[in-house]
Design a protein around this ligand. Structure first.
Ligand SMILES: NC(=O)c1ccc[n+]([C@@H]2O[C@H](COP(=O)([O-])OP(=O)(O)OC[C@H]3O[C@@H](n4cnc5c(N)ncnc54)[C@H](OP(=O)(O)O)[C@@H]3O)[C@@H](O)[C@H]2O)c1
Length: 282
């Protein structure tokens, strides 16, 4: 049996479907099982990973666990969750991590630091592990859905910021292989999309997918930080993210072939992602 945390999230939903298709038995963790809307046959267990007292027997009987610590917040919080997994006698953890841990000076960034801490915690837990280090998620573009729907405009500081955005279905497919095979134990694949795409090109691809022209309106970095910061995403982290976007302008993003190597299928393009998500922008 495989336990999937973040099962109702971007990667988790695909992962649950892919594991079921491979014949695995899946237990999903959610804070709100009644609203989880997961396929029949999935056991949905209520737990809040930010509150270790609610974890109970959520990991009992599992052979492998997918840990997406999005729930634990930027400041870490990995330790009690990893402890609960190890104490349940789980053989293998596949951790949702981030390519940011590999960047020069990573220890100065809050996001990279939180992921590096989670990796260390898992490494020290005495359980087999794989770290799936995702590059920039294509799904970040969902943050534009409201303004595209409202007035066909995307506001951001750097239209020429560039990345190799990765489709959540590909992150899920890599994760599924690591959970099922154990062949990737002790490895940390950096998982990216197949091509460099600027933010302006992403916006154009979404426009094409929905058959509507979208304008990119440049705003100041300060305004972008204000717009990004939330209770769960502190202003410092938002600032670092905006600084990072500015830093990528004119750079060449890392592009790996890990999706194809691990899953046997080429990584999905951003155009594919935009077509898959067209309804989110209409
Ligand atoms: N965005 C990027 O470019 C990028 C790149 C690399 C790595 N990452 C990392 O990926 C993670 C975020 O992934 P995402 O944005 O795709 O998020 P996501 O998985 O869509 O996050 C939402 C999921 O987290 C679960 N969740 C939230 N709080 C929870 C809690 N307290 N207890 C249990 N479950 C909880 C939700 O479940 P319920 O609502 O059902 O409880 C839902 O399934 C972060 O760690 C981020 O650093 C992001």
């Amino acid at each position: 049996m495989i336990v999937v945390t973040g099962a109702t999230g971007n990667i988790g939903r695909h992962l649950v479907g892919q594991l079921l298709a491979e014949g695995a038995t899946v237990r999903a963790i959610s804070r709100e099982p009644a609203a989880a809307n997961l396929p029949d046959g999935v056991e949905v267990v209520k737990a809040d990973l930010s509150d270790p007292t609610t974890i109970g027997s959520a990991f009992s009987g599992a052979e492998a666990v997918y840990l997406n610590l999005a729930a634990s917040g930027v400041q870490g919080g990995a330790a009690p969750v990893v402890k609960a997994v190890a104490e349940a006698g789980v053989k293998r953890i596949v951790l949702n991590s981030s390519s940011s841990v590999t960047y020069k000076g990573a220890e100065e960034g809050m996001i990279a630091r939180a992921h590096a801490f989670a990796e260390k915690t898992v490494r020290d837990a005495g359980v087999e592990w794989t770290f799936v280090r995702g590059g920039m998620y294509a799904a970040n573009a969902l943050q534009w859905a409201a303004s595209i729907k409202a007035d066909g405009v995307v506001r951001g500081p750097f239209p020429d910021a560039v990345a190799a955005p990765v489709h959540e279905a590909d992150l899920a497919a890599v994760t599924a292989r690591a959970l099922l095979d154990g062949a990737h134990a002790g490895t940390s694949p950096t998982v990216t999309g197949p091509a460099a795409v600027t933010l302006a090109e992403q916006v154009a691809a979404i426009g094409k997918a929905i058959g509507r022209e979208i304008t990119f309106e440049t705003v100041s970095p300060e305004a972008a930080v204000e717009a990004l910061a939330t209770d769960r995403f502190p202003k410092d982290a938002a600032q670092q993210l905006v600084d990072f976007l500015g830093f990528t302008v004119g750079s060449t993003p890392e592009i790996t072939d890990e999706v194809e190597r691990i899953t046997g299928k080429p990584a999905r393009t951003f155009e594919q992602w935009a077509a898959d998500h067209a309804d989110d922008f209409r």
